[in-house]
Design a protein around this ligand. Structure first.
Ligand code: KG4
Ligand code: ZN
Length: 358
C-alpha cells in the first residue's frame, strides 16, 4: 500500500510517500522558519498561505523521488490536528480533495501520534509496550504506550512545554527562532553551573512538568547583566541542562512506575544532543533502552503522518471499514469521519488519549 502523507499543522510543510512493503520512498519538506523569523514566532495567517503554495509542488517532488505517479497512490493521510486551524485546513483540504479525485481513502491523523510512532521508522524500531516522552514546541507529555492508539497519560506540563521553554529563553537571550537549536548551539561553547537555574518540579513526586519558572529565572539573570559572550554561553548551557535534567528524571520515574523497559522520545526537542546523551547514559545505567527518531524525522514532517496513516489503514483493511479511522470513535458532532471522501475536518485541539486503539 502506497500512502502519501501531508503535514501542515504549524510552520513546516511536509509531504512524504510511505510504502507498507518498501518503507519510506520519498520525502519533501519546506520549513517556513526564515519567513517567521523576523516576527520572533509563527504568524498563523502567513503559515496557512505558505502551505497553500507548497503542498502540491512538494507532493510532486516526493512522488518523483519515489518513482511513482498519483495513480500509484492507495491512500492519503493528512494531519487533522492539533495545530493552527488555518494551517491544518490547507493539508486537510488538499488531502481530502486529492483522495476524492483519485478515488482512494483519506485519513486524518493526530500530529502527536505521528511524532510518537516516528521512531518505528528507524532501523532498530522499538517494540511495544514503552514509555513515550513527547517533547515538542507545544507539548511535553509522558505516555504509557501499549500499542498503536493505546496511549495512557502519565504526565503533562502544567504551563510551558519544553520546546517553548527553549524558545522563550532564546528570545530573552536575544537569539533567533526557533530557540531550541539556537540555545543548543550557544550552549556548546558554555558550561552549566555558573548560573543556577531551577529544575522545576524535579522532586514533585509525580510525572508532571512546569517550565514557566525557568523563563522567569532566565529573565532575572539577563536583567542582572551578562558581562560577555562567555556568560551568555554559560547561561544557555544552564538553560539546556535544567530542561534536560527534568526531562531525564521524569522519564526515568515513568519507566520505574510502569515497569516498561523501553523509552521512546519524539518531537522537535528529541533532536537535542544533550538530551540524547543524558538519556542514553541514564537508561544504560539502569539496563533500559531508549529510542529516538532519526534526526531528519524529529521535527515536523510528512513521513510520520504517512506512516501513522498506513498503520491505521492496514489495521482497518483487516478489521472492517472504519475501525482504524482516527475519528471513527468520536461523537457525530465532531466526528464527521475523516476517512470519508465526501468531507473533511480539522481539530486544532485534540487530546491524544481519545484516539481509538487498533
Ligand atoms: O515537533 P516540533 O518540530 O513542532 C511542534 O509540533 O511543536 O517541535 C518544535 C520545537 C521548538 O520549540 C524547537 O525550539 C524545538 O522543538 N527544538 C529543539 C531542538 N530542535 C528543535 N529544542 C532543543 N534542541 C534542539 N536541537
Ligand atoms: Zn510537531
Amino acid at each position: 500500500m502506497n500512502v502519501l502523507g501531508i503535514e501542515t499543522s504549524c510552520d513546516e510543510t511536509g509531504v512524504a510517500l510511505y510504502s507498507t512493503e518498501r518503507g519510506l520512498l520519498g520525502q519533501a519538506l519546506h520549513s517556513q522558519i526564515a519567513m517567521h523569523e523576523r516576527y520572533g514566532g509563527v504568524v498563523p495567517e502567513l503559515a496557512s498561505r505558505d502551505h497553500v503554495r507548497r503542498v502540491l509542488p512538494l507532493a510532486r517532488q516526493a512522488l518523483e523521488q519515489a518513482g511513482l505517479s498519483l495513480a500509484d497512490l492507495d491512500a492519503i493521510a493528512y494531519t487533522e490536528g492539533p495545530g493552527l486551524a488555518g494551517a491544518l485546513l490547507v493539508g486537510a483540504g488538499i488531502g481530502a480533495s486529492l483522495a476524492f479525485a483519485l478515488g482512494v481513502p483519506a485519513i486524518g491523523i493526530h500530529h502527536l501520534e505521528g511524532h510518537l510512532l516516528s521512531p518505528l521508522l528507524s532501523k532498530d524500531p522499538p517494540e511495544f509496550p514503552f514509555v513515550a516522552l513527547l517533547v515538542s514546541g507545544g507539548h511535553t507529555q509522558l505516555m504509557d504506550v501499549t500499542g498503536v492508539g493505546r496511549y495512557a497519560f502519565l504526565g503533562d506540563t502544567l504551563d510551558d512545554a519544553a520546546g517553548e521553554a527553549f524558545d522563550k529563553s532564546a528570545k530573552l537571550l536575544g537569539l533567533g527562532y526557533p530557540g531550541g537549536p539556537a540555545i543548543a548551539a550557544l550552549a556548546a561553547g558554555g558550561r552549566p553551573g555558573r548560573y543556577a537555574l531551577p529544575r522545576p518540579m524535579l522532586h514533585s513526586g509525580d510525572l508532571d512538568f512546569s517550565f514557566s519558572g525557568l523563563k522567569t529565572a532566565v529573565l532575572t539573570a539577563v536583567k542582572r547583566g551578562l558581562p560577555d559572550d562567555q556568560a551568555r554561553a554559560d547561561l544557555a548551557a544552564e538553560v539546556e541542562a535544567a530542561i534536560v535534567d527534568v526531562l531525564v528524571a521524569k522519564a526515568l520515574r515513568a519507566l520505574e512506575q510502569t515497569g516498561h523497559r523501553r523509552l521512546v522520545v519524539a518531537g522537535g526537542v528529541s533532536a537535542n544532543r544533550r538530551l540524547r546523551e543524558k538519556l542514553a547514559q541514564a537508561t544504560e545505567r539502569n539496563g533500559l533502552r531508549v529510542h529516538f527518531p532519526e534526526l531528519h524525522l524529529c521535527a515536523d514532517n510528512g513521513a510520520m503522518i504517512a506512516f501513522a496513516g498506513a498503520q491505521r489503514l492496514q489495521a482497518a483493511a483487516g478489521s472492517g471499514p472504519t475501525a482504524a479511522s482516527t475519528s471513527a470513535a468520536l461523537p457525530a458532532d465532531g466526528g464527521a469521519g475523516s476517512a470519508a471522501i465526501d468531507g473533511f475536518m480539522v481539530r486544532p485541539r485534540w487530546p491524544l488519549d481519545s484516539l481509538p486503539a487498533l
